[in-house]
Design a protein. Structure first.
Length: 213
């Protein structure tokens, strides 16, 4: 499912996960213990090591139509056949139909790409990066903890938009909306709104007053 592949539609084993949204380029560690997913891992490890991650909305029990392909980059098999695996997000996809449901879901999926744009998004990406720094700085000030962003945050607009979306915690429904967007500009714009709102909340006088000795 690389973007260079001429095959845009393929069958893919699917792994629905409650309130978890994976984005391209982002790591996802998993502990595999259910028998059906042990079987799935045995199968994919003998092929291209890829499967699809789909978010399940626990309130409705609904499985999302859009997900992200995960590639197993490392695995450790435990004595009782459970597995600890490390995956990284690859291509986004949309499920066209389910081919089968047992022993695990397999879907016919099509790849999704962001629409090309003539606009230079570096300024918007820089704005999002600065907002991220502001939020981390204020969070550290309020909690009295040392919080630092990692050194390897992407600076390319599309990759940055995925990284920021992946690191929004506790808002799986919002993450799903960001995953489904097919415009880097729209995704970064929404992230700028979210981060601005968070920054303003953290910077509100009552919050700062409570944080001061």
């Amino acid at each position: 499912m690389s973007s260079s592949s001429s095959v845009a539609v393929r069958e893919l084993p699917l792994f629905p996960l409650s309130e978890l949204v994976l984005f391209p380029g982002c790591p996802l560690p998993l502990h595999i213990f259910e028998p059906r997913y042990r079987i799935m891992m045995q199968t994919i490890l003998q092929s291209d090591r890829r499967f699809g991650v789909l978010m399940v909305d626990p309130s409705e029990g609904k499985v999302a139509d859009v997900g992200c392909c995960a590639e197993v980059i490392h695995y450790h098999r435990l004595p009782d056949d459970r597995m600890d695996i490390m995956t990284v997000g690859q291509q986004r996809f949309r499920v066209l139909e389910y081919v089968r449901e047992k022993p695990y879901y397999v879907g016919l999926v099509e790849c999704l790409e962001d629409e090309p744009t003539e606009r230079d998004l570096k300024g918007l990406a820089t704005e999002v990066g600065q907002l991220l720094q502001d939020v981390v700085h204020l969070s550290a000030k309020l909690t009295g903890q040392s919080i630092e962003l990692p050194d390897d945050i992407p600076d390319l607009p599309r990759e940055l938009s995925y990284w920021v979306a992946n690191n929004l915690y506790g808002v799986a429904s919002e993450q799903q909306v960001l995953l489904e967007m097919q415009s880097t500009e729209t995704r970064l714009g929404r992230e700028a709104e979210i981060l601005t709102s968070t920054r303003n909340h953290l910077a509100a006088p009552p919050a700062l007053k409570d944080a001061l000795p």
